[in-house]
Write a protein that binds this ligand. Structure first.
Ligand code: Q9C
Ligand code: ZN
Length: 342
């Protein structure tokens, strides 16, 4: 199995995030990818393949161009305003306010493009997010060239990032970029299966009106968990995309017994859609000990998760999303990969 990673992805070192009213150290640390990379090498998967630089064109084909410009310039602009430390939004666009005004001030633009106060922009954020996206795109190219399984060690993650929106530790939507690349490579129908603990609101937004890319997700009920305003079961897509979005929210405390039934439903829907390639948006924050999540999957359950995805019989591109129990993320990811290999 080829796996992709660039040490450039380590340059995002967020300081603090607001979590349920308190400032805490960022959960989404560079240590996460170090541990997964070490586990892969110890597991005999060899060294990573470095992503090639595909430039900004693929990013701009999916994300808003002005948003990409904002991400690249946000930290220099923050510094030019006399600030240091983490750039975080603090004023958002409410009903009746000017959604059409991007704003010249860096504070206005942070509020325009950001949707939470937990996703800091620091000096190395653009560089890391850029290379995280290139990692997903290079892994997609490997699948396009005939690999049946590839792993993109993306970090920072991507599934909360929308066309012109950052949040949930995400800046560029790695999984969506990969799915789009597979479409360009000739797969007529692609399924993004999102098993991160949180709903991937960004991926859902990007494919909401499209029939060619199915988006299906199993996640914590937004009644109790982030992102709170997205991921309800009645969100099924619109226009040509009606029926090509599937949300399967589950309660906190969910164990494999319940989870596997939802996973069957998710996989059956991907088959019904006619997908010839799968992007697995993989969060292992469903693990029972995750510090910010509330499901109760065991390490051994991740093997069965991988095995079920493999039974789809499609090439699978794994794109890393969440998982914050740093000591355990490596083991859990390796179990998924072992299950995928059967
Ligand atoms: N600090 C992923 O797993 N936390 N993102 C809520 C804000 C947000 C998780 C409070 C959790 C985002 C990719
Ligand atoms: Zn998550």
């Amino acid at each position: 199995m080829k796996w992709f990673f660039s040490s450039q992805q380590r340059t995002h070192q967020g300081g603090v995030e607001m979590n349920r009213g308190t400032m805490v150290p960022c959960h989404e640390s560079a240590e996460r990818c170090d541990i997964i990379a070490a586990a892969l090498q110890a597991g005999g998967y060899g060294p990573p393949t470095a992503p090639t630089d595909g430039g900004e064109a693929p990013l701009r084909a999916l994300h808003d161009g002005a948003y990409v410009d904002f991400l690249r310039q946000a930290y220099p602009d923050w510094q030019a305003s006399g600030r240091s430390g983490s750039a975080l939004p603090f004023t958002f666009v409410g009903p009746g306010m000017r959604r059409d005004r991007v704003g010249a001030s860096i504070f206005a633009r942070l509020g325009h493009y950001g949707f939470d106060v937990g996703t800091p922009i620091v000096e190395g954020t653009w560089n890391a997010a850029y290379w995280s996206a290139q990692t997903a795109l290079s892994a997609a190219a490997a699948i396009a060239q005939g690999e049946t399984l590839a792993f993109a060690l993306c970090r920072p993650p991507g599934h909360h990032a929308g066309r012109a929106q950052f949040g949930g530790y995400c800046y560029l939507n790695n999984a969506a970029l990969a799915a789009q690349a597979l479409r360009h490579a000739g797969h007529q129908r692609v399924a993004v299966l999102d098993v991160d603990y949180h709903h991937g609101n960004g991926t859902q937004e990007l494919f909401w009106n499209r029939q060619d890319v199915f988006y299906g997700s199993i996640h914590a009920d937004p009644e109790t968990d982030f992102p709170f305003f997205s991921g309800f079961a009645d969100e099924t897509g619109e226009g040509a995309g009606h029926g090509a979005t599937l949300n399967l929210p589950l309660p906190q405390g969910t164990t494999w017994d319940t989870y596997q039934t939802a996973l069957d439903t998710l996989c059956q829907a991907a088959t019904n859609h006619g997908a010839s390639a799968v992007v697995l948006s993989l969060g292992v924050d469903t693990w029972q000990g995750d510090p910010i999540s509330g499901f109760s999957l065991q390490t051994s359950d991740f093997y069965h998760l991988g095995q079920r995805i493999a039974r789809l019989g499609c090439p699978v591109l794994v794109v890393m999303e969440g998982g914050y129990a740093v000591a355990e993320v490596g083991h859990n990811v390796l179990k998924v990969i072992a299950g995928l290999r059967g």
